[in-house]
Design a protein. Structure first.
Length: 201
């Protein structure tokens, strides 16, 4: 179902059928939420769910069984493999490639041309061809009204996971302590705990 307020440019293909493996055929079921803009020549394969107020630019490909939240931006030629998840407010630069079953956390920023083959936690910014962590998406968080204390807590969590040199089990213990005082750190920890592919680290 396409919400009446969604804008779909000419040439976009929604619900395109695709073969998966030797025999399976994915049906045309695609849901697009309120206020979402789909650029020209995008291909979105069902079953896929896209939330509200997203900006999906030209030539984006979203494969079958994907979930895209709300208020995301996917720049030209970004691609999601099947079963990928993009959470609210995430930004994918042009020519980003996200591997099947990967998850992009809320407020994450993926730099242009990055290839993502593991989960990216909420708030984290990654870049380079084979994407590597480059800090948190501080500028995006400021624009969305995150105050200095919230950002500082997220930075401490990032350092625990990415810069401390600690094994992941110890880093998660540190996050668990900080999560008592920070809903953002709790969100990051919950994302890490649910990761099936492991973190991009």
């Amino acid at each position: 179902m396409i919400h009446p307020s969604a804008q779909v440019d000419p040439g976009a293909r929604l619900g395109a059928r695709v073969s998966v493996g030797a025999f399976s055929i994915i049906g045309p079921d695609v849901d697009i939420g309120e206020g979402t803009s789909i650029g020209s020549h995008c291909v979105i394969t069902g079953p896929t769910r896209i939330g509200d107020d997203n900006w999906i630019m030209a030539y984006v490909h979203i494969a079958h069984d994907c979930m895209v939240g709300s208020n995301t931006i996917m720049a030209n030629n970004a691609t999601l493999g099947g079963h990928a998840v993009v959470e609210d407010w995430a930004i994918l630069g042009g020519f980003v490639g996200v591997h099947q079953f990967c998850r992009i956390g809320a407020h994450a920023f993926i730099g242009m041309g990055s290839l993502i083959n593991a989960d990216v936690p909420p708030f984290v910014m990654v870049a380079d061809k084979y994407a590597a962590p480059r800090g948190i998406n501080a500028e995006g968080l400021k624009r969305r009204g995150f105050d200095a204390d919230r950002i500082a807590a997220i930075k401490r969590a990032y350092r625990a996971v990415y810069m401390s040199g600690k094994p992941m089990a110890e880093a998660k213990q540190e996050l668990a302590g900080a999560a008592r005082d920070s809903a953002d750190v709790a969100q990051m920890l919950e994302f890490i705990e649910r990761s099936d592919r492991g973190l991009l680290r």
